[in-house]
Design a protein around this ligand. Structure first.
Ligand code: SF4
Ligand code: SF4
Length: 393
């Protein structure tokens, strides 16, 4: 007897603008494809909306989940007779003291006021330490206990974005925000290689699995994401799924990236967190072809994965001599705000005689400095070798 393969659903609905009426209509259609919001949220429940609030950037930069979508989701939760909350922990030094400013700049304060949702400061939550596997070791990871204990339902609302290090940042990686403040940066120190980092991200995700995922792909980000150095792109749709891995597979496929080249997806597939291939996913609402942008710029790091496997041992040796990607500072744009100096997990950046300087011997290429630089002064320099594969790609 043939064994029936489990099917996964990722709902997709076109939505061209953040106009409230258009987003409301699109969200209703989006959720109807996967059973409606009532299948996930019951009257009286406390529901946490977890957007991507990486840094205090205005909505038009596409660094964070758009407040119009968060507002509409919160209103829909209220219509179910439930109670919406909005919470995330951003990255970088100094933001925690300015959490009010983060909410204001990202539009979350306005989203909460308009919808009657309550803002949750993860930094003020009690900390719970989780012990997670990393290779043969176990590491202790602090998370905001409120996410694990205070809510009946978590709705994950990531942003459609590229990522210099992990290639894409989607539903699974968005739950990284449950780690408070600068502890996220220390995560990079624990797992400097992207494969180890991905293993840890997936382990963390398994402790905080959201019931529903809604991805903001109305304006996405291409190129050097996920921070200000990425470029907004009008992608024009929304995605929803109960399975985060299915959503991330669809996102990578729309971007035109092979699943094995996104380490978080590869680790999550191996861990059995959902579908193994795109073929196991149904897309009610819109086809992949309808959703694909005409042209989509990948992050520089993704070209490293185009290097043929048989060349990897030799190139790994060469890469130790000539690094493939390096963060570089544009002194003309740099405001000397010190965010990068204070956020670098291995203290590879200092301010020498008024100029920001990077010690490449210490740098682990985590790209936190690029993600968090508010002035777009930190960018990636690619080696000639990588540019060669970029052209071939
Ligand atoms: S490079 Fe960016 S983050 Fe670093 S000091 Fe300059 S402006 Fe600030
Ligand atoms: S210099 Fe930048 S990329 Fe290098 S380790 Fe520090 S934060 Fe990461």
């Amino acid at each position: 007897m043939a064994v029936e393969m489990k099917r996964f659903k990722v709902s997709a609905v076109k939505c061209g603008t953040y106009e409230k009426s258009e987003v409301t209509q699109a969200l209703t259609a989006l959720l109807d494809h996967i059973g409606g919001l009532g299948a996930y949220v019951k009257p009286g429940q406390k529901v946490l909306i977890k957007p991507n609030l990486l840094a205090p950037r205005p909505p038009e930069t596409a660094v964070t989940t758009h407040p119009a979508l968060v507002t509409v989701i919160a209103e829909a939760i209220k219509q179910q007779g439930a109670f919406p909350f909005i919470g995330d922990s951003p990255g970088g030094f100094g933001i925690l003291e300015r959490i009010e400013q983060l909410w204001e700049i990202t539009g979350m304060k306005q989203a909460a006021a308009a919808s009657g949702a309550t803002l949750v400061n993860f930094e003020k939550s009690r900390i719970k330490e989780l012990e997670l596997p990393l290779g043969k070791k176990k590491v202790k990871i602090p998370v905001a206990a409120c996410v694990l204990e205070d809510f009946d339902v978590v709705i994950n609302v990531p942003k459609f974005k590229t990522h210099d290090l992990t290639i894409t940042t989607g539903a699974i990686k968005n739950m990284f925000g449950v780690m408070p403040g600068l502890t996220k940066i220390q995560f990079h120190k624990l797992a400097p290689k992207k494969e180890d980092l991905s293993e840890l991200l997936v382990s963390l995700f398994t402790q905080v699995i959201p019931q529903l995922n809604i991805m903001d792909c109305i304006i996405g980000m291409e190129g050097e994401g996920p921070g200000s150095s990425g470029t907004p792109i009008a992608t024009g749709f929304l995605l929803a799924a109960d399975n985060a891995l299915a959503m991330d597979i669809v996102q990578a496929s729309i971007m035109g990236i092979a699943l094995e080249n996104v380490p978080v997806i590869a680790v999550a597939i191996k861990a059995g967190l959902g579908p193994k291939t795109l073929a196991e996913i149904d897309l009610p609402g819109a086809s992949l072809e309808e959703l694909r942008p005409v042209k989509f710029n990948l992050p520089p790091g993704s070209y490293a994965d185009k290097i043929p496997r048989f060349m990897v041992p030799l190139l790994s040796y060469i890469a130790r001599l000539i690094r493939l990607t390096d963060p570089v500072v544009n002194d003309e744009l740099c405001t000397k705000c010190q965010v990068c100096v204070k956020s670098c997990p291995v203290k590879a950046i200092d301010n020498y005689q008024g100029n920001i300087r990077i010690n490449y011997k210490k740098c682990i290429e985590c790209f936190c400095c690029i993600e968090l630089c508010p002035a777009r002064a930190m960018t990636i320099k690619r080696s000639g070798l990588l540019k060669l594969f970029e052209k071939k790609g």
